[in-house]
Unconditional design. Structure first.
Length: 289
């Protein structure tokens, strides 16, 4: 008979009998955890790291040879392994870039077998993102908060969770939450598909509201960026919210699509910079009221 309940346990015992260090012996047992969605996590950091690497190697490997889950079929338990990765990174506070992690697994595997690395990495990232969304939905986090954060940046899970928490707190504590979302949507409607490499030329401003918005944006951008760098996302949101009035004044007093092409382009460039800046924290167009 096989004894799956002893997986890792016997390895730890045998490693100890062979004279390996205690932390290595413990990690041999630990790295199989969690075995179920709600089971305990590894106690040792080495066990966490080896467990992450082992699972990611398996997931990328199966995707590389075309054995990814389809529908409800998941014979190799890749969904369970992916949820384990998410739990390990999130609950143990591991600051690892998910895209870099997946790409590294793909690079290592490409030395052994031939596959389209870029395509497989993209598929695995989408798979991980879907599993995380499902996990957060099961924790009663609203889908618009999940989408607002994860469509902008999915790299570091602790930052994803912190941004969601900040947005939830800001919604509950500030009347500016809806105003901020509406301001973003007005900007997004104008410049979402507008591409440019130009900088704003202040000499082309024709209205006081243009100058006021640009001046306010310069102040808020530095203040909010500093807070985001410190992962103080709630404070960053408070700073961003002060732009609502200048944005409203701008749209009330300025015709963005001016006849003068240089003036029109300059206004779109300024709005695009505002749009890109807001997206660093959240895609506010995902919120519905």
């Amino acid at each position: 008979m096989e004894f799956p309940s002893l997986q890792g346990i016997m390895g730890e015992i045998y490693a100890g009998l062979d004279g390996h260090p205690d932390e290595v012996c413990r990690a041999i047992s630990d790295h199989y955890l969690p075995t179920q969605a709600d089971s305990n996590l590894p106690e040792s950091l080495i066990g966490v790291i080896v467990g992450l690497a082992d699972r990611m190697d398996s997931i990328v490997g199966f995707f590389a040879i075309g054995l990814e889950p389809t529908g409800t079929a998941d014979p190799y338990a890749l969904r369970r392994q992916t949820l384990a990765i998410i739990r390990l990174i999130r609950d143990r506070g591991i600051a690892v870039s998910i895209p870099d992690f997946v790409a590294k697994a793909g690079t290592i595997l490409s030395k052994t077998i031939s596959f389209n690395q870029e395509e497989v990495v993209e598929k695995v990232l989408d798979f991980l993102k879907d599993r995380l969304k499902n996990m957060l939905l099961s924790e009663d986090i609203k889908h618009d908060f999940i989408d607002a954060v994860m469509t902008t940046d999915f790299s570091y899970l602790h930052q994803v969770m912190a941004r969601i928490a900040a947005l939830q707190g800001f919604r509950d504590q500030s009347a500016d939450f809806e105003l901020l979302s509406l301001s973003f949507k007005r900007i997004a409607n104008m410049v979402k598909d507008f591409e440019t490499t130009k900088n704003v030329n202040t000499e082309l401003f024709e209205s006081e509201s243009e100058e006021a918005l640009w001046r306010s944006f310069q102040e808020v951008r530095d203040k909010a960026a500093e807070q985001m760098d410190k992962e103080n996302y709630f404070e960053a949101l408070k700073a961003m919210a002060t732009l609502c009035r200048p944005i409203d004044d701008f749209f009330e007093q300025v015709m963005v699509m001016a006849e003068d092409e240089r003036v029109r382009q300059n206004r779109l460039v300024m709005l695009k910079q505002l749009y890109s800046f807001f997206l660093k924290l959240s895609d506010f167009s995902k919120f519905s009221f």
